[in-house]
Design a protein around this ligand. Sequence first.
Ligand SMILES: *Cc1c(COP(=O)(O)O)cnc(C)c1O
Length: 371
Amino acid sequence: MELNSLPDNPYLLLTPGPLSTSKTVKAVMLRDWCTWDDDYNHNIVQEIRGRLVQLASRNPENYTSVLMQGSGSFGVESVIGSAVPADGKLLVIANGAYGTRMVQIAQALKINHLVYALSEVNPPEIGELKRMLDENPDITHLAVVHCETTTGILNPVREVLAEAKSRNIVCILDAMSSFGGIPLDMRDWGADFLISSPNKCIQGVPGFSFIIADKHELAKCEGQARSLSLDLYDQWNTMENGGGKWRFTSPTHVVRAFLQALLELEQEGGVEKRFERYCTNQKTLVSGMRSIGFETLLPDELHSPIITSFRSPSSEKYVFKELYDRLKEKGFVIYPGKVTQGDTFRIGNIGEVYPSDMEMLVQTIGQVKFW
Ligand SMILES: *Cc1c(COP(=O)(O)O)cnc(C)c1O
C-alpha cells in the first residue's frame, strides 16, 4: 500500500471522537474479510480481545473482553441491561450527558435505579456517596463515567469504586473517552465492567464498542439480558467458544482498523506515552488559548487531557458557527459546547494530533478573530 497515494483529510478533527486517525489505520481497511475464516476470527478478533485485557490490567487472567456492534452507547446499554439482575438496583452518578445517558438506559430498560445527580462542573463527593449508599443498602450495582466528555472533567472514580467495592457493589465504568489514553488498572481500581470504543483514545474508526469484564461477574449475566442483540453474556459466549466469532454480522473493516490502531498504540510506547502526548496537547492548547484571552470552563485540577471546554467570548459579535466555519476553512474542526451553564465550545486533544497542531490552532484562532 502506497500511503502517499491516499488522500489527505481536508481538516483535522479536534473532536471527542470520531477523531483524526493515521493513514495506516485507514489503509488497512482496503480489503475484505470473511467472518467464517480464521484470518479474521483468530488473527484479528481474538488478537484484539487478548490485547484489550492486557491493556486493562496487570492481572489480565481475571478478565475477558467482548466486542459489541454499534457505537459506544450500545456497549454501555449491553452492560447495564445484562449485568443488573431483575431484583437488582443501580446507582448512577451523573454529572454530564453521558452519566445522564446511563440514567436514560436504566429508565428505558425499566431497571430499578437511583441517581446521584450533580451539575456538570462538579465531581461526585465521597461523603455524599457514602450517605446515599448507607440510606440505600439495596443498591447492587454502580455506574460512573471516568472522563465526562461533556466538559472534559475527570471524575474521582478510583475513590468512588473503592467505596462501592467495600460494600460488595458491582462496578460499571464508562471509560469510553479515557481507555487507552489515561493509565488505569481494573483490578486496582475495582472496576468489574469497563466500556470503551475504538474511535476514542485508541485512535481507531467508529463502528463497534468493547467491554472488558471480570470473568466471574460476566458469568453471572447469563440469561439476564433485557435485549437479544445487546446480550453481553451471549455475545461473549459465542466469541469465546467460537474462536472469535460474532453472533451477528461484525463490522470487519472497522475491526481490522482497530487492530492496526492497537499496534500503533504499542509502537507509540503504550498508554503511558500516549497519556503524556495528550497531556502535552492539552497544556499547549490551554496556555495558548489563555494567552489570547480565553478562559477554560473548569479549573485545571479537575481537567482531563482528553477534551477542553472554553467559555465563549462575551462579545456580542461572537457566534460559534462563524468561528467553526472559519476554522474549518483553515483545516481545523472544533466542537460545540454541551453544558447547560453558560456558553462554551470544546476542543478535543486526542487522536492523531500533536502539540504542534495545537500551536497552529491557537495561532489560527488569533488570526480569524472577528469579535
Ligand atoms: C463517546 C462517549 C460515549 C458513547 O457515545 P457514542 O456516541 O454512543 O459512541 C459514552 N460515554 C462517554 C463518556 C463518551 O465520551
